[in-house]
Design a protein. Structure first.
Length: 255
């Protein structure tokens, strides 16, 4: 019998916040305004000029985009302080992505002094508007007690809001909460349900966990075929624990 290991409730703030910042800025890149007649070679500079013009006029979407451009050095000299300044202008006008980005910058101390309390404040503003990434990050702050009083029940409430919008990391964290009884009553069936949702979106750790659950019969009916299927999905993405477990089960994942 293979024991299902206890899993911490997720990949939490420090690394994840940076990943979310990058994700948001990648989204922002697609918001640049097309300039008729501009050549492809000149487009970044012209686009930056146009975005700045709109940002200076108070357009909150342009302000968010300009902040993203400053942070990435996309068509403009990289400047984290300028990035934070433009995110703040947009955030103060209620742009949820800018609020989330500013919160992440405060969390990481990027372009502004590190301040978990400010991070929580800006994440909350965006989370209350329904921004899933902010809901997820705010949940992490409650889970860790960073900038807010530690409260696992609050963490799981915010993870649920993000998970219900399809955010894979939140789905996995919610599964972990049910599996470990952290902030929620322990419920292996609910853990398996949310783990499946994350696994079906391609999350490799969720695929591995779901395979373990099928192998051990935890939260689902024991099913070796399903276990092998999910573990193989994770193994083919290079997830070493899945490869190791399959070998213990007598399965060669390389075939």
């Amino acid at each position: 019998m293979i024991d299902l290991p206890q899993r911490t409730v997720g990949r939490l703030c420090t690394g994840t916040a940076l990943g979310l910042v990058v994700l948001l800025f990648m989204m922002a890149e697609s918001q640049a305004w097309p300039i008729p007649g501009a050549s492809e070679r000149d487009a970044p500079a012209v686009s930056a000029e146009r975005v700045r013009s709109l940002a200076d006029q108070g357009d909150r979407e342009a302000q968010f985009t300009l902040g993203s451009m400053y942070l990435l050095g996309n068509g403009i000299r990289q400047d984290e302080r300028q990035a934070a300044e433009w995110f703040r202008k947009s955030a103060e006008q209620g742009n949820a992505l800018a609020q989330t980005s500013l919160g992440a910058m405060y969390y990481l101390g990027q372009g502004v002094p590190g301040d978990h309390g400010q991070a929580a404040e800006w994440y909350r503003k965006a989370a209350e508007q329904g921004e899933a990434s902010a809901q997820y990050n705010l949940g992490n702050l409650y889970l860790l007690g960073h900038g807010v009083e530690k409260d696992e029940a609050q963490a799981m409430q915010w993870f649920r809001k993000a998970a219900e919008q399809g955010m894979v990391l939140a789905q996995f964290n919610l599964a972990g909460g049910y599996a470990e009884g952290r902030g929620l009553p322990r419920d292996d069936r609910e853990a398996a349900k949310w783990c499946r949702k994350a696994a079906e979106q391609g999350d490799v750790t969720a695929q591995y966990q779901l395979g373990l659950m099928y192998e051990t019969g935890r939260g689902v009916e024991k099913d070796r075929r399903e276990a092998i299927s999910w573990l193989t999905s994770a193994a083919r993405k290079g997830f070493e624990p899945a490869k190791t477990l399959l070998l213990k089960m007598g399965v060669d994942s390389s075939k």
